[in-house]
Write a protein that binds this ligand. Structure first.
Ligand SMILES: Cc1cc2nc3c(=O)[nH]c(=O)nc-3n(C[C@H](O)[C@H](O)[C@H](O)COP(=O)(O)O)c2cc1C
Length: 379
């Protein structure tokens, strides 16, 4: 019955993405595992991401006479084998020596989109030579000349979109990284960032945080987004949006798509779960704008819930890092195919033939109604 042709890769020994995480924990040095897995503060937002998915249940339909089921979709008009894209995350070479190149090749084999982060450990030109469809994630630097230059390089290297991350006016406080005095191991560097911003070795806390705070623009306004959108014909995706009004303003100021995200719980702790605000963002910007969501997607059923609540596609971050740590390019491809297989099976079980056939009627909230405290409640 399935009609999406999977790439030729044998399944791994890990049965689901949770097992990938446990296996990666066993092989990665603990400061690196902590850097990837961790969130900010008390990690309330990090824990909230899977909890938000658990507050929804699927309502399947039977007797649909499905002869064909395909996970294929489009995002910003680009064909993908599934509505699951690779989120931008820093420093893939922490997980595997081939770093972002391995991830990009896996995404190409899986026929999905790879997003290369500004803090990458491989140059965008090297990635561009090996990737299929890829996007470049941009932080706007205080140095606007450098920002402009990165957009030009991304365009020349073959990127199909610029994903501008708006939720990092300052680095979130990730306490595990501070405890570990986390820094890139010798031999690795953020190749797109100015070398002179490397923090001195006497700096307390996470040296990555210190370096980043000194170079990224902390006082962005909507005019900066307009400026960015004017730099190239590439569509701009506004990432890190959690409020419907911000989504509307982002579109008004030149963004072509919205990524609803709290940065994997790594920025503002106690920020709302992205899934919880997804429906209001979709309602505000309308069906014509592609809305992406990320944070805590670990199962095919999670993808379905996000689609039912109005997302065009989801992005995944940490599961890709786990696949990379375990088996490089093949590990990432296996992790992606695992999720695609789950999505395909769940589509069949839900009686839907494609992502496009998923609508709001597929999900039901199981959140208990909030207890409203009566006005006369004794204090
Ligand atoms: C180790 C790590 C580094 C990240 N670096 C970036 C980054 O450089 N730029 C960015 O926009 N988001 C970054 N993110 C956030 C991801 O793009 C994404 O929002 C998040 O990982 C999604 O949650 P998930 O990991 O639960 O799938 C990073 C996430 C992780 C885990």
């Amino acid at each position: 019955m399935p009609t999406t042709t999977p790439p030729n890769v044998a399944p791994a020994q890990w049965l689901n993405l949770h097992e990938y995480e446990a296996a990666a924990k066993a092989v990665l040095p603990s400061p690196i595992f902590d850097f990837v897995a961790g969130g900010s503060g008390d990690e309330v937002t990090l824990r909230e991401a899977p909890a938000a998915f658990d507050r929804w249940r699927l309502v399947p339909r039977v007797m649909q006479g499905l002869h064909e089921v395909s996970t294929a979709s489009t995002v910003l008009g680009l064909d993908v084998s599934m509505p699951v894209l690779i989120a931008p995350f820093a420093a893939h070479r922490l997980c595997h020596d081939e770093g972002e190149c391995a991830t990009a090749r896996a995404a190409r084999s899986a026929r999905t989109i790879f997003t290369l982060a500004t803090p990458s450990t491989v140059s965008m030109e090297d990635v561009g030579r090996q990737a299929g469809t890829w996007w470049f994630q941009l932080y706007i630097f205080r140095d606007r000349g450098l920002t402009r230059e990165l957009v030009r390089r991304a365009s020349d290297a073959g990127a199909s979109a610029i994903v501008v991350t708006l939720d990092m006016p300052i680095f979130g406080r990730r306490e595990a990284d501070e405890r570990n005095r986390f820094t890139l191991p010798p031999g690795l560097e953020f190749v797109h960032m100015p070398k002179e911003t490397k923090a001195p070795s006497t700096m307390p806390g996470s040296r990555v945080a210190t370096a980043v705070n000194s170079i990224f623009e902390s006082a962005l306004t909507w005019k900066d987004l307009e400026w960015l959108a004017s730099l190239s014909p590439l569509p701009v995706v506004a990432k890190g949006i959690l409020h419907a009004d911000d989504a509307v303003r982002a579109i008004e100021h030149g963004a072509r798509a919205i990524s609803v995200s709290n940065h994997g719980g790594r920025q503002l702790d106690s920020a709302v779960a992205a899934l919880d605000v997804l429906p209001e963002v979709v309602e505000a910007v309308g069906q014509k704008v592609d809305v992406l969501v990320d944070g805590g997607v670990r199962r095919g059923a999670d993808v379905l819930k996000a689609l039912a609540l109005g997302a065009r596609a989801v992005m995944i971050g940490r599961p890709v890092a786990w696949g990379l740590a375990l088996d490089g390019e093949r590990g990432v491809l296996q992790a992606l195919e695992l999720l695609r297989g789950e999505l395909e099976r769940d589509l069949v079980l839900c009686g839907r033939g494609s992502p496009g056939a998923v609508d709001r009627s597929l999900v039901r909230s199981v959140t208990p109604p909030a207890t409203v405290r009566p006005a006369s409640f004794p204090r």
